[in-house]
Each structure stands twice: as structure tokens, then as C-alpha cells.
Design a protein around this ligand. Sequence first.
Ligand SMILES: Cc1cc2nc3c(=O)[nH]c(=O)nc-3n(C[C@H](O)[C@H](O)[C@H](O)COP(=O)(O)OP(=O)(O)OC[C@H]3O[C@@H](n4cnc5c(N)ncnc54)[C@H](O)[C@@H]3O)c2cc1C
Length: 391
Amino acid sequence: MAEAATMFTEPEERVALREAVKKLASKYGREFVEKQAASGGKMTEMWLEMGRNGFLGVNIPEEHGGGGGGMADLAAVLEEASAAGAPLLMMVVSPAICGSIITRCGTEEQKRRWLPGIADGTLLMAFGITEADAGSNAHQITTTATRDGDEWVLSGNKTFISGVDEAQSVLIVARTEDAKTGKLKPALFVVPTDAAGFTRQPIPMAWSAPEKQFTLFLDDVRVPADALVGDEDGGLWQLFAGLNPERIMGAALSCGMARYAVEAAVEYAKTRSVWKDQPIGAHQAIQHPLAKVKIELEQARLLWQKAAALYDAGDDFGAGEYANMAKYAGGEVACSATDAAVHTHGGNGLTVEYGLANMLIAARLGRIAPVSREMILNFVAMHTLGLPKSY
Ligand SMILES: Cc1cc2nc3c(=O)[nH]c(=O)nc-3n(C[C@H](O)[C@H](O)[C@H](O)COP(=O)(O)OP(=O)(O)OC[C@H]3O[C@@H](n4cnc5c(N)ncnc54)[C@H](O)[C@@H]3O)c2cc1C
């Protein structure tokens, strides 16, 4: 009995980590995020405080300035920050994608150069794979890297790349062959954001957030040979060393956001009273949607925890399957939870003051990025259920 229970509870250290993150993130909360978003500010103050406390680098090896934990720890940190109303989108990118890829595929020199800054937050690394003409089909990307002496020359463009205005560098996914179609052999390069030939253009988004999105243009950008992380012929596993963490973190962020929405809705339902002495939360029409999303939330949390456990145990294939399922479940519950929270608040749900309407858009992101709901269903149908490839 006791053994079975521990399979579904987190170790004491992670529970303590969650408590510490909750305390720090609650100092900032949704009001801080909204204020920064409205004034064009950033999350830097909170980001650096999280870094100083070791929360951003819990997954980075100790010898490189991190906490020596795993993806389950990092995802717990992001879930707590999000549940406190202060999701740090760039955690999905800098420590989770870039930190994981450099830890697993980088040389000792690359780890020494980049990991300590990623761990304490003083170095923010963005990640660029998406291209306008490739979208969900990353095999179609055309950004190319050509060897020229002891340098690489990168040409192409990327779109929807988060946080480039805050980042010192971007981990760019390119291909070393000029073929525009066919199987992707990804080659990953750390490109400084101030490199000659590298330009960015902000994408006006309907979502009000401190983190901005950019289209990037790489016009014969020259980087040294040691900007290449991993092997130029290393194959897809190098990319998935970062993409599985990205999906797990996306799921954790969505679950944190859903927790925030449910808590806000429950609090409002208990205190808002328009019929004699009863609060609106006494009605089943208000209770049932909240109870339903609570159940779906706990399902989604179990899924990301399983995915992270598999990733941390080195089971990349199992982690891939569950990271996809977790990302799907997280995206769905964040949408249902924010919708239920808006509805529970009535007209107040759509005011700027309550901040829930803007969360509807943020929650919707979890159904689209980093991999869409449909592409996950395609994956599960094909790889888990063994059905023919449909796309
Ligand atoms: C706020 C935000 C931040 C982002 N940050 C980053 C970042 O930092 N770095 C980065 O590289 N990318 C980033 N992205 C990009 C994101 O990963 C892509 O938007 C996502 O992969 C979907 O690609 P797309 O937008 O081109 O949609 P498309 O591929 O054009 O898809 C459009 C629709 O068609 C559906 N569809 C496509 N193909 C199929 C199929 N075969 N079967 C069924 N349905 C299909 C999709 O599910 C989707 O609903 C970000 C996106 C957003 C919105």
C-alpha cells in the first residue's frame, strides 16, 4: 500500500521545491505580469530572482552550475510559477530545450560556456525551429548551414520565435543539405542575436504578454565551427533531447495556468452572491464545470509527471509518447479551465481587472504550440495505436 502510494506522490525534496517557488512567484503573481505586459516591461526581475535561487537550473548538472535534478523538477517549478499567476514562458525554451540539448549533446567546452548562465538566468537562449513555409512539418525547413573553412554560414528565416529581444543567443535548427524537402537531418547552432546578418521583426500578437514573438532573418550569418552543438549528422534524437522537455514543460505550464484559473473561479464562486444568502457556487451549473476541469487537471498532471519520469530515466521513446499525450491533455484542460473561470466570473470574466480574458488566449497557445493538438493525435494514432500514417 505504502509503495503504491509513493508511485503517485512526489519526493519530499520536490514538494519543498514547489513550496519555495510558490512563495517567490506569489510575490509577483498575475498583477505583475499584466503590469509588465501593458507597459512593455519584461519578467527579468522575477526571472533573475528565480535564477539566483537555483529554480531555473534545477535540471542542469551540478558541475555546470545547476541543481543536478531532472525534468520533473524543472516542470514542477514552472507549474508552480504558473499556478501563482506568473508563468515564465522562457523556461520552456532556455533551461528546458537549450539546457537539455547542450547537456546531452554539447562538448565539455560548450557546457562550460553556456550552462552556468542558463542555470542562473543571466544567459537567456531562445530556440528557433519553426519556419513560415514549413509550420507543423519541420522536415520541410529550408534554413541551411554551409561549411566555409572553420566557419558555418547560415541562411534562411524563422517565425514565431519567442523572447529574441531578451535573448543573447538563439539555438537555430538548420539543415546541412540544400534539399528543400525530404527527411530532416537537423544541425543545431548557437547564434548570437547581435551577429552580422541576423535581424528580427516583432510579430504583433493578440495575446498581451511580456514575452514577444519574432520573425528572424538569417542572411549569410557566420558563426565559428564550435557554434555547432552535437553532430551535424547526429540525427533527430539530438533535437528530441530538447523537444520532449519542451512538450513536458508546455504541459506543466498549461496545468499551472489551469490551477490558477480553477482557484480563482472557486474563490469567486464562494464569495459572489446574487440570490439571497447563497453564493453562486451553490448552484450545480457553476460547480460541475469546475469539478470536471479539476478531474481533467489531475489527469493531465499525472501525464506530465509520467513523461518527465521516463525522460529522466533515459527512456526517450517512452518519454516522447507520454510527453505528447501530456501536452495534449495540458492544452485541453487549460482551455476548459480558463473558459470555466471566465464564465464563473460573469461579466467580470471579460474585464481587464480580473485578467482572465487574456488568459483565454494564453491557454489557447497550449493547443497550437509547440506541437499542435492534431499533430499529437496523428502521432498517437500512428505510433501508439499502430494505425497507418495519415499525414
Ligand atoms: C506564442 C507562440 C510562441 C511560439 N514560440 C516558438 C519558439 O520559441 N520557437 C519556435 O521554433 N516556434 C515557436 N512557435 C511556433 C509553433 O511551434 C507553431 O505555431 C506550431 O508548431 C504550429 O505551426 P503553424 O503555426 O505553422 O501551424 P500550421 O502547421 O500551419 O497548422 C495550422 C493548422 O493545421 C493543422 N494541421 C497541420 N498539419 C496537419 C495534419 N497533417 N493533420 C492534421 N492537422 C494538421 C494544425 O494542427 C493547425 O491546427 C510559437 C508559436 C506561438 C503561437
